[in-house]
Design a protein around this ligand. Sequence first.
Ligand SMILES: C[S@@+](CC[C@H](N)C(=O)[O-])C[C@H]1O[C@@H](n2cnc3c(N)ncnc32)[C@H](O)[C@@H]1O
Length: 295
Amino acid sequence: MTPALRTLEMKLLGLGFLGLAWSKDRLRGYATPNTVAKSDVEGQITYLLDVFASLRRFMPAEFDLRGRDVLELSPGASRGNGVLFLAMGARSYHAIDVFDLAGKEDPAFYQRLLDRFAEGSETDRTRARAIAANSGAREFGYAVGRDFDIPRLAEGRTFDLIVSCAAFEHYDSVPDAVAALTQVARPGCASVHIIDLQTHSRWIRENDPNNIYRYPEPLYRLFRFPGQPNRLRPADYVRAFSAEGWSDVRFVPSRTIDPSLRDVSLRGLATPFAGQQDMIVLDGALTARHPGRAG
Ligand SMILES: C[S@@+](CC[C@H](N)C(=O)[O-])C[C@H]1O[C@@H](n2cnc3c(N)ncnc32)[C@H](O)[C@@H]1O
């Protein structure tokens, strides 16, 4: 097949996937935050341990979690990261989301997660188990609001560390979200956000990772639904954090498009994505530091 024909084929197939994602949202709402089935407990545990390891890898080298207050934005189906932060000595964990996907999580799950996590002191692990078993604990908070009003949903808390995974690419307005999270960041607060830049729908994601970037904005937005990937690129995220006064703002790529798919993935992209240097980046982490000395 010629490259031009393949591009046309992927554009047509991609339109089908955009329509499918839109219809799924209409029928079921926002229901599947990650690819692991909620019933697959072992799979969920492996996923969380993997996300937690990635978040830690991108945290500043000297950052000590002991006694820190942590905010996770958009945790999706589980507050498991929170239990792990507590086991590492964090004072508290609070999670904020637009969809109530973790509200009915079985506390027994947290105990199973901790069984698989060998780190943290015995005292911190015991404390984490006790806090996670008590659904009303303020040190293990969860607040949901369709307006995603972060300062209101923080309920008076401020934070030393703000994290998220596969969340920022879903935000309607990233500049607004960054301005809002800045209001609850303490001086010296660290921010670590893992961002998935590629196409989300399953089959097409593997075969044409840049598929969402093939369509002009009006056509892409025709299939808009709450949480549709916003198609922002690393430089947009760096700009949003820098504009709010964060320092050491970096986007560190994790994975890039497989060399065998590179040429076809860069061909036939819409303006403004065509020709951009970073279009081979699939995901990565945005890290930043709020100015001022940590308390
Ligand atoms: C792909 S899921 C990732 C969830 C979780 N962090 C994980 O790794 O499984 C995307 C998350 O973003 C949230 N989200 C979706 N659309 C949003 C929006 N427009 N504003 C704020 N959060 C949104 C969802 O509720 C969900 O928690």
